[in-house]
Design a protein around this ligand. Sequence first.
Ligand code: ADP
Ligand code: ZN
Length: 622
Amino acid sequence: MSEATRTLRGMSVTAPPDAAVELLQRVFGYDAFRGRQQEVVDAVIGGGDAVVLMPTGAGKSLCYQVPALVRRGTGLVVSPLIALMHDQVDALRAVGVRAEFLNSTQTVPERQEVERALLAGEVDLVYIAPERLSSESVRGLLDRVAAGPGLSVFAIDEAHCVSQWGHDFRPDYLALADLVGRWPGVPTMALTATATEATHRELTTRLHLEQAVHVVASFDRPNIQYRIVPKDDPKQQLLKLIRDEHRGDAGIVYALSRNSVEQTAKWLVDHGVEAVPYHAGLDVRIRTANQARFLRDDGVVVVATIAFGMGIDKPDVRFVAHVDVPKSVEGYYQETGRAGRDGLPSTAWLAYGLQDVVQQRRFIDQSVGDAAHKRKQSANLDAMLSLCETVTCRRRQLLAYFGQPTAQDCGNCDTCLSPVETWDGTVPAQKLLSTIVRLQRERNQRFGGGQIIDILRGKRTPKVEQHQHDQLSVFGVGADLTERSWRSVLRQLMAQSVVMVADDYGTVGLGPTAAAVLKGEHQVRLRHDLERSDSGAGSRKARPVAADLPPEAHELFERLRSWRAGQAKEQGVPAYVVFGDATLRALAVERPQSVEALSGISGVGAAKLERYGDVLLDLLAD
Ligand code: ADP
Ligand code: ZN
């Protein structure tokens, strides 16, 4: 505990802390509210509505849980993912909160028991799936609870799901709008980690929350190290990342296709990594089992399509890796944000290559939808590519994208850690453009990037000979650069829209700025790519959670971790429901030797102290 919090606690003897802080300390075992939690909590306890935009890991749950417990009655929480309700309820019960859920997986008697408890005022918090709330009988039940024991708050989690243009739209969420205001005096809360202003505006109007307190927290996630590397051999690069920096850590690997999910998962398993696949094409039982393994066991890697992740509140995900480029910065930031919710050092790693650009541009061309929709998708992709190719601080670019510009470089992204060198790529760009022009003018042909690079490098492949491309005047004019360098040039020219994917076959054509480059009116700046197969760690690698602990603490940490695994297994709950990594770290470092000292550790509240206190003191005394 820091000197400051010690004094604060000392002072609280004379001036009693407010009910919310008292509850935070007693029930959850935390010293103080973080960031802007208190603002929200105070407003809602005072009876006001709130719209809460905070990044993943900021602690949105406490924003509704604390007011729900301080105010009279039951807190109603809408949560879209049935599969995860169980874990949320388990985590609350572990700290002594009377939590229940209502969803379609329950049997009739189970549901009736929850209804009885609700009407008897025996429930602090109830989690409800959005589709349940469309049912008149459930609405009637809630009306009776409101009129009887009372509703303390009406919290809508993942509130961006009401946005019809967003990436997670759920029709059930639209129906929630007519519940807002149904129970006068019950504060409504909408919470999300989606950061854009458009989503904010849309959910505010749809849920009639214009009068609410709006708290938009900083979207910075300083504990996440952002890294984007050129893709050479993505599986090998990924394995290196895991072996060098995240051995035994839990992580999420995102891939675009089901096929690539399956292959990557298998490859990791073959190389000794505990990995499971997850995508919509898997049998639902296998999918659920894989998700449960990822959530419950320590150190499992899940390889998934973007179908995976919303509502996953596992706090100790140490890395999120993308082996294909995401479609938008919004999606990317939300996916990477699933790393390090517990605030400990974590990695967001992306491998990105020429093929990704070609493929994504083709997806957009082939997608159904009108021109405006395609333009929006193109703009999203351009923003993502520009993040990939930036030579300045990635975090600054990300935060600026979300309307929160910062003045300082972050010091914890790859471009900050190993500054990128740039070079003047105008001449190679002109050579490449001339090749495209000659193929078009002299032969009326278009080709993909591979053939263009072979022509530039003067490589006599069967395809070159078949088309007599060795007769072109540009044949071999780019022999001074390696094939890898040419791919890097082409990729960056594509990201900068100097060249474009011309058709469904992935052939390459001139982009909007090609003419200016050819005439020498526009200089092309390119970045030097890193060494082959480098995982981009630069000079400072992210470290495993316990690596920086002193040796004695390290050993104790591991002992606590295996004790925790046993507990979790016995109770059938995820390990973090027993204690989070941050709490285990604090225990290992501070080695509390009394009940008093133990209760001062962050994450040890009254219920857990009672349940585990003696065992922990024994473990710590050894
Ligand atoms: P979000 O829903 O915003 O992604 P969570 O509510 O899951 O975030 O919280 C992330 C982690 O931070 C959890 O492990 C939670 O227990 C912890 N946490 C939240 N608020 C505090 C706090 N005031 N002090 C210490 N830990 C906190
Ligand atoms: Zn930076």
